[in-house]
Design a binder for this molecule. Structure first.
Ligand code: URA
Length: 479
């Protein structure tokens, strides 16, 4: 019986070559014994030449599926993939059959690997360990659930190309020195602990933590406890949770109290909606989006940033794309533009927490400049690719009104991004007829250099927010 030992290095391409050869030689799945060589270096226990020359036409989506599933930790993954590949030869349409148990199992494995990759992007924490030749040097320890260090190496090389680093995992070490990647054996224990970088992460996490929006379950779903032991900032979590209520009360007491009566009414109504249980379908959508590769922006961004807020929020607020802070935090509008928005919304009695806040584009687009990541406006094709997610959010939330902030939101929602200064303050319609109130983007307010122009822009923006509150209040009255 042919036995194929797939190596730990280059696993996906080695499996593909072997499977292609076996298929070409007409070897049925039950006649193949698959094994994985956890150690580095080895190729095949059985000479690959024995299967050389095989070729098969395989649906593209299966190739992508196999490419990901090969990194799964399940020892049966190679056999499962080959069994499906064998069946696909006779029935290519199987690849789209949602009821097929084998395919469903493999799709679940694919999702698990993608989730693990997403967690690795979010939770790898570098510690500085000195440097040489002008390049700073960092080390990180991470314990993935699957064999993802190799397929993730390219992401970290692109993201942290201006420094040397090493990411150690139990089964693989990725070393990036002077612009070159090396894949080395793993290690069983983390490198040495605490340094100044840990303190930075803790401060950053404290700063983005909003006690008024604490949702312990959601937080633990996004940052599962098993990752805490390797996260410097995790030490601060129990204390932040314990003091969240008191801090939220203090924030509330310090907030402006002069909301107009109409605004107060709508705020109360929005709050009632917020109390409804979180919808599992938005969560499923977010899980699906975590693996989004619909446009190239996923390659450099840390993670996808989906909208947040109550499922049946009457108001949906749409911005452009996550910024640097949002990209790291995984939440929309938590950086400077978000803070400005929060302040002005509060002034007019618009409760952000009762609205669904999202972006037209879900990945951060930037150009690396030294250590800084400079925001780049998404182009029309990226906006178009991401409309798929925005539309899905809109269908699930079914807002009564959408507030589109800035040209990118206008483009995605109405099909036109031009002339936003003239169009702001007016109502248009989204593709499905939902009214869209257009306004300026809050980050524009942050950039206006001239004091008079800035004051005028702030006045306009505030007026538009008031318009949104009034519209919802009127619609409420009419309902
Ligand atoms: N700008 C946006 O458009 N969205 C964010 O989430 C943050 C900044």
């Amino acid at each position: 019986m042919p036995g194929v030992t797939v190596p730990a290095l280059g696993t996906a391409s080695a499996w593909r070559d072997a499977a292609r050869g076996l298929l070409g030689a007409n070897v049925p799945p039950e006649d193949v014994l698959w094994a994985y060589d956890g150690g580095p270096g080895d190729l095949f226990a059985m000479e690959p030449a024995a299967f050389a020359g095989g070729s098969a036409t395989v649906p593209r989506s299966f190739v992508a599926l196999a490419e990901t599933v090969c990194w799964h930790a399940d020892p049966e993954r190679f056999a499962r993939l080959y069994a499906l590949l064998w069946r696909l030869r006779a029935t290519p349409a199987l690849v789209g059959d949602r009821g097929d148990a084998d395919l469903t199992r493999l799709r679940d494995m694919e999702k698990a690997v993608r989730r693990d990759m997403h967690k690795m992007k979010a939770f790898v924490r570098f510690r500085e360990i000195g440097g040489a030749g002008g390049r700073r040097r960092f080390a990180a320890w991470f314990e993935p659930a699957h064999h993802i260090a190799e397929p993730m190496a390219g992401f970290f090389a692109r993201r942290f190309g201006d420094m040397d680093w090493i990411i150690v995992t139990p089964d693989r070490t990725v070393e990036f020195t002077g612009g070159r990647i090396a894949l080395l054996p793993g290690q069983s224990a983390p490198p040495p602990s605490e340094d100044a970088t840990d303190a930075l992460w803790t401060t950053y996490y404290r700063n983005i933590f909003n006690p008024a929006r604490l949702k312990v379950k959601a937080m633990q779903a996004e940052m599962p406890k098993k990752y805490w032991k390797n996260l410097p900032e995790a030490a601060a979590i129990p204390e932040m949770i314990a003091t969240a209520e008191a801090r939220a009360r203090a924030m509330q007491a310090a907030a402006p109290t002069l909301a107009p009566a109409r605004a107060r009414k709508i705020t109360e109504r929005l709050r009632m909606v917020e109390d409804e249980p979180a919808a599992s379908d938005l969560e499923a959508l977010a899980r699906e989006a975590a693996g989004c590769e619909r446009c190239p922006l996923h390659r450099d961004a840390t993670q996808v940033v989906m909208g947040e807020g109550p499922r049946e929020a009457p108001l949906m607020i749409v911005g452009e794309q996550p910024g640097d802070r949002e990209d790291l935090a995984g939440r929309p509008f938590v950086g400077p533009a978000g803070q400005l928005f929060d302040r002005m919304a509060q002034e007019v009695g618009l409760d952000r927490d009762a609205a669904f806040v999202t972006n037209a584009v879900k990945h951060f687009k930037f150009a690396a400049k030294g250590k800084r990541r400079i925001h780049q406006r998404p182009d029309a094709s990226e906006v178009q690719a991401c409309r798929w997610w925005l539309e899905a959010e809109r269908r699930l939330v079914r807002p009564r009104l959408i507030l589109g902030m800035g040209a990118t939101a206008a483009l995605s929602l109405t099909g036109r991004g031009d002339g936003i200064m003239k169009r702001r303050g007016t109502f248009e319609a989204a593709g499905d007829g939902t009214p869209v109130l257009l306004t300026l983007h809050p980050s524009y307010l942050l950039r206006v250099p001239n004091a008079a122009a800035k004051a005028a822009a702030e006045r306009d923006f505030r007026a538009d927010l008031e318009r949104a509150v009034a519209w919802l209040s009127d619609a409420d009255g009419a309902a």
